[in-house]
Every structure is written in structure tokens, then in C-alpha cells.
Design a protein around this ligand. Structure first.
Ligand code: PGA
Length: 251
């Protein structure tokens, strides 16, 4: 089943204890409408199960922020895709820059995670994006090509895979590319995915990096932007709701 657009996903990162996570999840589940787009939240592992329970039958995707590439094993501190499924998650983020650049995860490992997550039946949100130095050097397309080449799962289709383009220099900084840059890179990504996989042009493309209520409508109105991946602003349910509603303005 294709995901309804706009897709608005919130990555809570390493924020939230049980009480505030429950309240946040309740607020999101309270404003989501079955007839408008797709909403997802990605809480820390420790509160995942509670968030799943709070959401209940309401149409909110709940996912993990990362996973290992094996179903089980001697991997201290890791969580497997099968465990995520068991906890009630239906999605997972892989390749976030805070893991690629922050923890040194490489493309090959990220591809294995994505494939393991797909095999476990999870929707995969694969993040890609260039650093500021690469951006300034005009190497954006080259870096994204390399990341797609190395980390795109073999069986990639629009019902089970989402790509999030997140320039590293835009994450948590309050800076974003211009709307023209977002439009250009998403159009180019669409072509790249079509070239790389049968049906690749149906893979939803999200923009991520300092998405706020004030800039969401402009970003969501770009032709090849199918949705957004929101970090900081997703911790504030009112801001997250405003971003979700901004998708109404989409052509
Ligand atoms: P941000 O984070 O919205 O706080 O910039 C985005 C992300 O890391 O997914």
C-alpha cells in the first residue's frame, strides 16, 4: 500500500522519559486524521512499547530509530528488527547522520540493516545527506550517489521504503537549503531512484533538517517532496501538528 502524502515523521532522538513520551504520543494520536497524509513517530527504545500502547488503533506509525542487521546474537546494546516488530513497531530509521557521522556507521552496514528490517516486515526510512564541507565543495550529488550506491537495499519499493534527504549541516542548526535547492535535489533523487530500481520513482522522498512550522508549507509544496522528517520540532506536539497541517497547503 502506498503511503498517503504528505508523510510527516517525527524523530524524538534521545529525548523522553515514560511520562512525557506518553503525553506526547497521546497528543499526536489526538490530532492525526485518517484522511490526511501519514504520521509517524520514532521514540527511544525504552518507551517504544508504551507509545505503541498509547497510540492503540489510531493511524500513527510507530518506529525505532535504528536497528541491528541480525535477528539476534551477541551484540551488546543493539536492538534487532525482529525485536522492534515484537514491541509493536512497524517502521525503523536507518542511516541517520547521527549514526553515520556520529558513530561511524558505513554504507554497507546501513544496507544490511535496511535489508534485515525489510525482511522483518518493517517500513524502512533510509537517511542520506552531505556534510557542510561536502556541500561547500559542491560535492552534494556525488556524496548522495555514493550513499545510494552503498546503502540502498536491493529490494526497494515505494510501499516499504522511504528515503529521507537530510543535509547534515541543516540538522538541529536552524539552517536549511533554499527551496530551489530542495526542489532540485529531490527531483534529481527521484530520477536516481528510478534509474537504480524498478519502480524506484514511487519511493517517497522526505526532506529533513530544521523543519519548523514556519518553513514546512514551503518545503511540502515542492514537487518531489513527499513529506518531512522532523527532529527537534517533533518534541513539541503543537509544532508537530502545525507541520502536519501545513501539508494541507500542498498542491
Ligand atoms: P532537526 O532534526 O529537525 O532537529 O533538524 C532532523 C533529524 O535529525 O531528523
Amino acid at each position: 500500500m502506498p503511503l498517503a502524502r504528505p508523510i510527516v515523521f517525527g524523530n524524538w532522538k534521545m529525548y523522553g522519559l515514560r511520562a512525557d513520551s506518553r503525553a506526547r504520543a497521546e497528543a499526536v494520536a489526538g490530532f492525526v486524521r485518517a484522511d490526511h497524509g501519514t504520521v509517524g513517530i520514532f521514540p527511544p527504545f525504552t518507551v517504544l512499547r508504551e507509545v505503541v500502547e498509547v497510540v492503540g488503533e489510531r493511524p500513527v506509525v510507530v518506529g525505532g530509530q535504528d536497528c541491528h542487521d541480525r535477528p539476534e546474537g551477541a551484540f551488546t546494546g543493539s536492538i534487532s528488527p525482529v525485536m522492534l516488530r515484537d514491541a509493536g513497531a512497524t517502521a525503523v530509521i536507518v542511516g541517520h547522520s547521527e549514526r553515520r557521522h556520529g558513530l561511524g556507521e558505513d554504507d554497507a552496514f546501513i544496507r544490511r540493516k535496511a535489508e534485515a528490517a525489510l525482511a522483518a516486515g518493517l517500513l524502512v526510512v533510509l537517511c542520506i545527506g552531505e556534510t557542510e564541507a561536502e556541500y561547500l565543495a559542491g560535492r552534494r550529488h556525488e556524496v548522495l550517489e555514493r550513499q545510494l550506491e552503498g546503502s540502498l537495499p536491493t529490494a526497494a519499493d515505494g510501499g516499504r521504503l522511504v528515503i529521507a534527504y537530510e543535509p547534515v549541516w541543516a540538522i538541529g542548526t536552524g539552517r536549511t537549503p533554499t527551496l530551489e535547492e530542495i526542489r532540485e535535489i529531490h527531483g534529481w533523487l527521484r530520477q536516481e531512484l528510478a534509474r537504480r530500481r524498478p519502480g524506484g520513482s514511487d519511493i517517497p522522498l522526505l526532506y529533513g533538517g530544521s523543519v519548523k512550522p514556519a518553513n514546512a508549507a514551503g518545503i511540502l509544496a515542492q514537487p518531489d517532496v513527499d513529506g518531512v522528517l522532523v527532529g527537534g520540532a517533533s518534541l513539541d506536539p503543537e509544532a508537530f501538528r502545525a507541520i502536519y497541517e501545513a501539508g494541507d497547503a500542498r498542491r
